[in-house]
Design a protein around this ligand. Structure first.
Ligand SMILES: CC(C)=CCC/C(C)=C/CC/C(C)=C/COP(=O)(O)OP(=O)(O)O
Length: 284
């Protein structure tokens, strides 16, 4: 979003744009929807949503604060810190406050939930702090997204870890998101020495693996709960597989770009519907 000439952008607006608002809102929405589906009490859903949102804001803002020198070198006009709309110091302060608020709210839901959220956030911050430049760049996505269903089930009374198949679905979603999110930035990243797993694999292999991960996640949710799947579950499963196959074929036919990420986001959304449809079975 650009600012009209002569108008000072607000610091809050600039911070919000640094949070990676799309993914932050999506992850929060997934947690809230799963909370509703598993029958959490309303106050727990509100606290869970705020805790996850605050954690996501801390991850997004710290990512831009750490990347500021690189984004300035790449003249990224979409990055508020690189544009000078907000200082790195203010961004760090905001990221720290959001981190503390996210963990404090998690504690309200119980120490197990707070501990799991701490691990998920530490893994995401480790990505920002340097893992993104290594062949292990996918690991934080496997860990954090693998834990996401458990952040919901551990917020219940009594708290429980999520079922194994829900961990698989979350981790598969994380792999697909990571492998496709960086596709549009491959060239910028190469210029500034960022060589995560997708950069090493190349766009095409990354897109193929992302589509395969989505299909694996969908199969895990379909057969994991053990009971005969409902008509809705089968329909959503078929839609995810169709999107995954479309992504696969298109990625093989032409160089993958932002559209692959959009397809993955659509399939990710459907995977969440599929997860939510399992309701109480989500807890181990
Ligand atoms: C449940 C939970 C805590 C999930 C979060 C997991 C996780 C690893 C998040 C990292 C998010 C992030 C800011 C990616 C973009 O960074 P980038 O620097 O690769 O891309 P950019 O150029 O868009 O900033």
């Amino acid at each position: 979003m650009s600012t009209a000439p002569g108008r000072q952008p607000s610091v809050i607006g600039a911070l919000w744009r640094s949070t990676h608002p799309g993914p932050s809102v999506v992850v929060t929405t997934v947690a809230v929807v799963l909370g509703l589906a598993t029958g959490l009490e309303p106050w727990r859903i509100v606290v869970l949503g705020l805790a996850i949102l605050a954690g996501q804001l801390s991850v997004g803002i710290s990512n831009d604060a750490i990347d500021a020198p690189r984004d300035i070198a790449n003249a990224r006009r979409d990055k508020p810190i690189a544009r000078g709309d907000v200082s790195v110091r203010v961004a760090w302060a905001a990221a720290s406050v959001c981190l503390v608020v996210g963990l404090a709210l998690s504690l309200v839901l119980g120490w197990r939930m707070a501990l799991a959220h701490l691990v998920a956030l530490a893994s995401a911050w480790a990505y920002n702090a340097g893992l993104k430049k290594t062949a292990l760049s996918v690991v934080p996505f496997v860990v954090s997204f693998g834990l996401l269903p458990s952040l919901v089930t551990l917020s219940a009374q009594p708290p429980a870890l999520a079922a194994g198949w829900a961990w698989v679905a979350g981790a598969a979603l994380g792999v697909a998101i990571h492998l496709t999110n960086v596709l549009p930035d491959l060239e910028d990243d190469a210029r500034t020495g960022v060589r995560g797993l997708p950069h090493r694999l190349g766009g095409r292999i990354s897109a193929v693996l992302a589509a395969s991960a989505l299909a694996i996640g969908a199969v895990a949710v379909l057969i994991g709960p053990g009971a005969a799947p409902s008509a809705l579950a089968i329909t959503v499963f078929a839609a995810i597989v169709l999107i995954a196959v479309t992504g696969l074929v298109l990625a093989l036919a032409r160089p993958p770009g932002r559209w692959v990420f959009r397809l993955v986001m659509l399939a990710a959304l459907l995977l969440c519907v599929q997860l939510a449809a399992t309701g109480q079975a989500l807890a181990a």
